[in-house]
Write a protein that binds this ligand. Structure first.
Ligand SMILES: C[S@@+](CC[C@H](N)C(=O)[O-])C[C@H]1O[C@@H](n2cnc3c(N)ncnc32)[C@H](O)[C@@H]1O
Length: 392
């Protein structure tokens, strides 16, 4: 297995993740607490919080399970090699010593996502270019391979992180962000990210014992995530490939087994348990289209309605992401809108609990309702708040 150069130093083959089974899960800072719980449920161990992510240890099975079923994690990277990196020449020299043929076979394309902070190398683009050069030169010289760069759909996605002049080169075991579930074919102008919608559903603790309703469903992201959660549909069910499939220790039998186990868990959605509406005809069409792409999606009823004209929504969980100024345009009078929404909850939603995600927290106080709790959720550049109201 150990291949030596004809001349010079031996190639680096002692990959970190193989040595210590330690991985890094990227996740939005504000949902890290529930992300850590989800990782534990999926079998991860030694979970430690770090900037914008969670370190954890896992065996192969667990790594595949996390990638396939996690609803909150954005991606999982496997550290390959860490080293002191004061300049790009060092980056090039060290990176060239990694035995890249372990990760690349013929005709594989690749891309590098780089992030630099507090370091002498202060251009992530330049750093990623040097790493690409090192990989291409090394593969050509050592293995006669000429990999192409593909930004859109790379087979091998690498992650370069340089902080305080320390570099870590990792393989993205997810192979691109896990929030791209594959059900969202279309979106309204301010769609919610799937991982954030999943976090909101988790925070409602909805267990299917009462119906769940979104009165401003937009592209239906909250409804789709509620469906996937209730029916236990693996979040990655539509993904064509995962980054871990190119790892040298990839075990196709274990992967098949994990997939089978998770898919066997899927359960039916009774009609009437999940429903929603929106004032916009286009949003209704988009929600229906997205739901149709999911198992049991036709069991979710979507109608066109102004929320204030809806019949009573008693003894339900209500989820909503009202319009907000930053993305929706300031033309609407959002103060009045939120006052009306508060009145609607008070007057028509007896015995229900509502979880409203405000993209702009300034509107929380316009609701005229006492909150049970508030949780900051920063997403897509917004400093939003998830607020729970109980109409008991
Ligand atoms: C921020 S978007 C919701 C985005 C949604 N969570 C998603 O992921 O696509 C707000 C939605 O509220 C809808 N809306 C605005 N005013 C409404 C009203 N009076 N009644 C019902 N829906 C309304 C808009 O049409 C828009 O789809």
């Amino acid at each position: 297995m150990e291949v030596k150069r004809k001349k010079g130093k031996p190639l680096i083959t002692d990959y970190e993740y193989l040595r210590d089974s330690r991985y890094f899960a990227q996740i939005d800072e504000s949902i890290k607490d529930i992300g850590a719980k989800e990782l534990t449920e999926l079998g991860a161990e030694e979970i430690k919080s770090a900037y914008r992510g969670l370190y954890f240890t896992a065996d192969k099975k667990t790594l595949y399970r996390i990638n396939y079923t996690s609803r909150l994690i954005s991606r999982v990277v496997a550290p390959v090699f860490s080293f002191a990196c004061p300049d790009t020449d060092t980056l090039y020299r060290i990176a060239k010593q990694i035995r890249w043929s372990d990760f690349f076979s013929k005709n594989k394309t690749f891309a590098v996502a780089a992030n630099v902070a507090n370091s002498k190398i202060n251009h992530s683009k330049f750093a990623s270019l040097r790493l690409k050069d090192a990989i291409v030169d090394s593969l050509l010289y050592k293995a006669g391979l000429r990999p192409d760069v593909s930004i859109e759909d790379p087979d091998v996605l690498l992650n370069l992180y340089i902080n305080n002049d320390q570099a870590v080169i990792s393989i993205d075991t997810s192979g691109g962000s896990l929030h791209k579930r594959g059900y969202r074919e279309e979106a309204v102008s301010a769609p919610m990210q799937e991982t954030v919608a999943a976090a909101i559903i988790r925070l409602t603790q909805w267990d299917g014992s009462v119906p769940i309703y979104d009165p401003m469903c937009g592209s239906g992201t909250l409804l789709c995530e509620a469906l996937m959660h209730f029916c236990r549909i693996p979040a990655g069910i539509f993904r064509k490939k995962f980054g871990f499939e190119i790892l040298p220790d990839f075990d196709a039998t274990v992967w098949e087994q994990i997939k089978k186990e998770a898919d066997a868990n899927i359960k039916q959605l009774p009609e009437g348990l999940i429903a929603g509406s929106d004032i916009s005809e286009q949003a209704v069409y988009i929600s229906k289209t997205n739901l149709l792409g999911l198992h049991f999606g036709p069991n979710v009823r979507i109608t066109q309605s102004d929320f204030s004209s809806l019949p009573v929504l008693e003894n339900q969980i209500i989820i909503a992401n009202p319009p907000y100024g930053i993305r929706m345009g300031k033309h609407q009078n959002l103060n009045v809108f939120h006052k009306k929404l508060g009145d609607f909850l008070k007057q028509k939603c007896n015995q229900s609990a509502a979880y409203i995600y405000f993209g702009d927290r300034a509107y929380v106080k316009k609701m005229g309702l006492k909150a049970s709790w508030k949780k900051p959720i920063q997403a897509g550049g917004l400093d939003g708040r998830l607020v729970k109201y109980e109409m008991y």
